[in-house]
Write a protein that binds this ligand. Structure first.
Ligand code: NIG
Ligand code: FE
Length: 389
């Protein structure tokens, strides 16, 4: 089954050679989807025939968003904690334990339904690749369950046994780190591609994080790190040292952290919804971009630090308050997310890429930042299947 998308007002390819600027922008373009792949992009006048046509009505067409950071296997919510933060209480890693309690008590069916609900919510907003972490189970059985359920529904699965030290290990954090680096890892590794650690005051220090990440590497997983969210800690430098795919948050960075990211393959993944929801200062994307680092934008959707599945909301914040241009922000939420997941088949529109395409209810990608809070997703294909519109 093939589909030709015609009457495109503006096409974002993220292929610099295929059009104008880093987004590879084209006007008067068409796109052909064949099965689960992009078969062709080019001038509308030259478009090959297809089984069906979709008239984009002069609207903008982009690659599907790549949300490279989310925590979707959980039960319950923490709205009261959010309300307290808005009255001045600071965000603290300890709140994670509340969700751990709810998650442990939930059935597989309940967790699956919540995960499906959130992935569908994202898809309706143009997200076609979702990364999902464990980290609210924190026992061997519960973490294994979390990555197994995540693997049923999400595109990319991350083992985050080292999210916080659970209450029952309060007096023996080293024992918990050992467990996370041995039996828990062994149970989870078959279901995951990535290993992540929350390297932060109140969670795990650099030595503890290194123990888990190195063990994860030996088990065949690739590191990604929750780094420098609440303090200018060691997380970013550890991520770079271990050749992590991504250092996520990057809110408090020293000059040495910025330089380390800029001279590495490690993507700086910024999560603006977190700073919005925790009243922390926003990370300075411009400083990273000017230094030459690769920047991705993601949601971090989770019930604690940011219960938003809207990556477009993150784009708007990044443009308004993090000194990104609208084009840099759109790139970061598509091609940047793909880089953070070391994926070459998503985040761009070119022959051979996965057919992940979104049509905006707007004439231009600029409207994503220009019309914040407005649902602008008109149609979405994921791997060639129409999931909306
Ligand atoms: O990425 N920072 C650590 N983990 C999540 C928050 C989890 C929670 O508060 O439940 C984050 O912000
Ligand atoms: Fe996170």
């Amino acid at each position: 089954m093939s589909t030709v998308i015609t009457n495109i007002g503006e096409l974002v390819t993220n292929e610099p050679g295929a059009g104008e600027g880093p987004l590879g922008l084209r006007r008067d373009a068409a796109v052909v989807i064949d099965g689960d792949r992009i078969a062709w992009t080019g001038p509308a006048a030259d478009a090959p025939a297809a089984d069906e046509a979709f008239d984009a009505g002069g609207r903008a067409v982009l690659p599907g968003f790549v949300d490279s950071h989310a925590h979707l296997v959980f039960a319950g919510e923490r709205a009261e904690e959010f309300a307290a933060r808005m009255s001045g209480r600071p965000y603290a890693a300890g709140g994670i334990r509340t969700t751990v309690e709810h998650t442990r008590a939930a059935s597989d069916e309940a967790l699956r339904a919540n995960l499906r609900r959130l992935v569908d919510e994202m898809a309706r907003q143009g997200v076609t690749t979702v990364e999902c972490k464990s980290g609210y189970g924190l026992t061997v059985e519960q973490e294994e369950r979390a990555v197994r359920l995540a693997a049923e529904i999400a595109d990319e699965v991350t083992y985050l046994g080292a999210h916080v030290v659970p209450a029952e290990y309060e007096d023996d954090p080293s024992g918990y780190v050992r467990l996370a680096a041995t039996d828990m890892l062994a149970a989870c590794a078959p279901h995951a591609r990535w290993v992540d650690v929350f390297c932060e005051r109140g969670a795990f220090d650099a030595d503890q994080a290194r123990e888990v990440l190195e063990a994860g590497k030996k088990a065949g997983l690739t590191p990604r790190v929750h780094a420098n969210q609440l303090t200018e800690g060691p997380g970013v430098r550890l991520a770079v040292e271990l050749d992590a795919a991504s250092a996520d948050h990057c809110t408090f960075l020293s000059d040495a952290d910025v330089d380390a990211l800029a001279s590495s393959q490690t993507v700086a993944t910024l999560l603006p919804g977190v700073e919005f929801s925790t009243r922390q200062p926003y990370p300075d994307a411009r400083r990273l971009l000017d230094a030459g680092a690769t920047v991705a934008l993601a949601t971090d959707c989770n019930p604690g630090s940011c219960y938003s599945s809207s990556i477009a909301f993150g784009i708007a914040i990044a443009v308004r308050d993090m000194r990104m241009t609208p084009d840099e922000a759109v790139w970061a939420a598509t091609a940047g997310g793909a880089r953070a997941l070391r994926r070459t088949d998503v985040g761009h529109l070119a022959p051979g890429a996965r057919a992940d395409v979104q049509v905006l209810d707007a004439p231009s990608r600029l409207h994503l930042a220009y019309r914040p809070g407005v649902p602008l997703t008109a149609a979405v294909w994921k791997a060639g299947s129409r999931v909306k519109g």
